[in-house]
Design a protein around this ligand. Structure first.
Ligand SMILES: C[S@@+](CC[C@H](N)C(=O)[O-])C[C@H]1O[C@@H](n2cnc3c(N)ncnc32)[C@H](O)[C@@H]1O
Length: 359
């Protein structure tokens, strides 16, 4: 399992007049994307107070022990009061996460950044956090997500799997099972691709693609996701020649008849968990593929439920053919409780032409 450091309580400062320190209190947990399990090994967490403005100096760093399978870790770190007027961020990470970052790989444990706060401010910070990963072209992918429970407004494992998929598809020796995407990515050197993402959530997949490949990227989701999606597009660093937009597209309504956009690629990450909405999703994909013969659809997910099969059955009934398939092991820490390697499954689909009926 990938584990995510989450704030159960976001940072709050207190200026200790007697102690001459600024005390920053927060509560974190190390959980999975579903929040259904806690990190089951002892590990040291590195808590840093980092200056918000350049040169982003680490004002204070402290190591705290996370005990196997704890549900939360409450802590207070103390900064010298000489920093009171500074703006800072609280960063919680591990040594291994810092190493993975410098190697451009997705870590087993995702670190977390608080919003900026002034060290003299007593307000608890907003219930949002930032994730920061490095893509193979050294561009930062910065994703804001909400700290509370929501489906659309945080990062899911399959999204991280997509980052690994894109990195492999772009490498000179791309793995088998992804040649269709590799050649499409290569064709973007001559022509800007038109790409659509369905159920984009925070936008990690579409934003990463536009940072790696020259394209016009449209990220879509329900109304519920638009605010976080828009803030993540503002933080994005699309590659020269790429554009990024977001808008509402509800699969239960489908694509508007007036829409005549022709896409090269549709991306779908971790969207097939609900049997009812899966049927609407397949219908939306059919509408899109009927308008653009040869459209490539890349569906990635982490298998969680029996009901996931409904999507694949309906795709087959709708005349979609799987043209390539690859499994990518997701970053994880194997424990006695978690014997299977978590896997991102990726399916490339094309709509088969309907044969004319004889006579
Ligand atoms: C598990 S999240 C995955 C988010 C993102 N793709 C990722 O991998 O991080 C599923 C997404 O599907 C979206 N979704 C669910 N039903 C939808 C519908 N009927 N129309 C459009 N999006 C929908 C949700 O809002 C949510 O953002």
């Amino acid at each position: 399992m990938v584990h995510y450091i989450r704030f159960l309580r976001t940072p709050q400062t207190h200026v200790g007049k007697k102690t001459k320190t600024v005390d920053i209190a927060a509560v974190v947990a190390l959980t999975t994307d579903l929040g259904d399990a806690y990190y089951a090994q002892d590990i040291d967490l590195v808590v840093e107070i980092v200056e918000a403005n350049r040169p982003h100096a680490v004002l204070h760093s402290h190591t705290l022990p996370w005990q196997a399978s704890s549900r939360a870790l409450k802590f207070t770190v103390h900064c010298p009061s000489t920093y009171t007027s500074r703006s800072a961020r609280l960063h919680v990470t591990t040594k291994a996460t810092q190493n993975a970052f410098s190697l451009f790989t997705v870590p087993n444990i995702l670190d977390v950044w608080s919003p900026v706060f002034v060290l003299s401010d007593k307000q608890r910070t907003e219930p949002v956090v930032e994730r920061d990963l490095l893509l193979p072209n050294k561009s930062h992918i910065r994703m804001w997500e909400e700290t509370g429970d929501s489906i659309a407004r945080h990062v899911w494992d399959a999204g991280l799997g997509f980052l690994m998929y894109f990195a492999q598809a772009l490498s000179p020796s791309s793995a088998t099972g992804m040649s269709r995407l590799t050649s499409l990515m290569r064709s973007s050197k001559a022509r800007r691709l038109k790409v659509l993402e369905l159920g984009a959530g925070c936008g990690i997949v579409g934003v990463a693609f536009a940072q790696l490949v020259k394209c016009d990227m449209l990220l879509t989701d329900l109304e519920d996701a638009q605010e976080i999606l828009a803030s993540n597009l503002r933080c994005a660093s699309p590659m020269a020649g790429s554009t990024l937009r977001c808008e509402v597209l509800d699969w239960s309504t489908g694509v508007e008849d007036s829409c005549n956009a022709k896409y090269d690629l549709v991306l779908v990450s971790d969207c097939i968990y609900n049997p009812d909405s899966s049927l609407h999703l397949v219908e939306t994909l059919r509408q899109l593929a009927t308008r653009t013969p040869g459209l490539l659809i890349l569906v990635g997910f982490k298998r969680r439920h029996q009901a996931d099969t409904i999507f694949f059955e309906r795709m087959q009934q709708t005349n979609f053919a799987i043209v390539e398939q690859v499994n990518i092991p997701l970053p994880h820490t194997l424990t006695d409780h978690d014997a299977d390697v978590p896997t991102g499954e990726f399916y490339t689909y094309c709509l088969q032409p309907t044969l004319a009926r004889p006579g």
